[in-house]
Design a protein around this ligand. Structure first.
Ligand code: FES
Length: 270
């Protein structure tokens, strides 16, 4: 029985769920994800594990498609049909020295578990979190508590630095040594922000979010190209060397079902 312990909207259309899933919680590591289904006939939704507490895991999602809009209607006490995980490879964490985690929009939700493990491994951890505006910024207090330093950016300047996470990352790389960088957010944000670390030769990871179906390497829907090779994000990732990722292909493949998704959302709204 996978019960939703708490469900809340933490920013416009961004929801935080704590779900009771003891086996997933017991084994979850930073960087891994789970796949849940609302009911037996439901679509499988891959979500990065954002935090673990006892026998519960936290996931954060944006209600954009039909299934995530449906998920957003669940309340504390409701049950899910199943939760499978943890899936994917954990983040490669060790004591690098100084590590920086960068999150954009709902992607910020993937950072706390990574930042915490980096901190526990002995790193000095810098956080950079950005959103379109102050109202869409999530988990600021939690990130401030975990990270040694936290920088905020907003596209419209309503909070923190007026601009993009890439600008702050570049500024920090200009005046100090950063040994590893994680960047998680929309594909375009990961593409642009990871380009900032190339001139500095800093190994950078991104967590890819292609369309997934089975999550076990069987269906091929999560195919991505990394370093010229085909990889399956669900079993070979979801984290990859950012400088090797073919982001243009990733973005094209993410749009494959746009028309079907739009039609499903319209039917759901009826
Ligand atoms: Fe099917 Fe990765 S989701 S192979």
């Amino acid at each position: 029985m996978y019960t939703v312990n708490t469900a809340s909207e933490i920013a416009e259309r961004i929801y935080e769920f704590w779900i009771r899933a003891p086996q997933v919680a017991r084994n979850a590591r930073a960087g891994q994800f789970l796949i849940l289904r609302i009911d037996e006939q439901g679509e499988r939704i891959p979500l990065t594990i954002s935090a673990v507490n006892g026998d519960a895991v936290r996931v954060v999602f944006m209600a954009v498609g039909k299934t995530t809009q449906h998920l957003a209607t669940l309340k504390a006490g409701d049950a899910l049909a199943d939760v499978v995980g943890p899936l994917g490879k954990p983040s490669e964490i060790e004591n690098f020295g100084t590590a920086c985690v960068v999150g954009g929009g709902a992607g910020i939700a993937c950072l706390p578990i990574i930042a915490r493990e980096l901190k526990e491994a002995g790193n000095h951890v810098i956080g950079i979190i950005g959103a379109r505006n102050a109202g869409l910024l999530i988990l600021e207090d939690e990130m401030r508590e975990i990270c040694d330093e936290l920088f905020i950016t907003t596209d419209d300047g309503s909070k923190g630095f007026h601009g993009y996470a890439a600008d702050v990352l570049k500024r920090e790389l200009d005046h100090r040594t950063i040994d590893r960088v994680w960047i998680i957010g929309p594909a375009i944000m990961m593409k642009v922000t990871s380009a900032a670390t190339v001139p500095y030769g800093v190994k950078t990871f991104v967590s890819l979010n292609p369309i997934m179906v089975d999550g076990t390497g069987m269906c091929g829907s999560c195919r991505v190209t990394v370093g010229g090779e085909t990889k399956f994000a669900c079993v070979d990732g979801p984290e990859f060397d950012a400088h090797q990722v073919d982001f243009v292909e990733l973005m094209q493949r993410q749009r494959i079902y746009t028309d079907q998704e739009k039609a499903a959302v319209e039917r759901f709204a009826e």
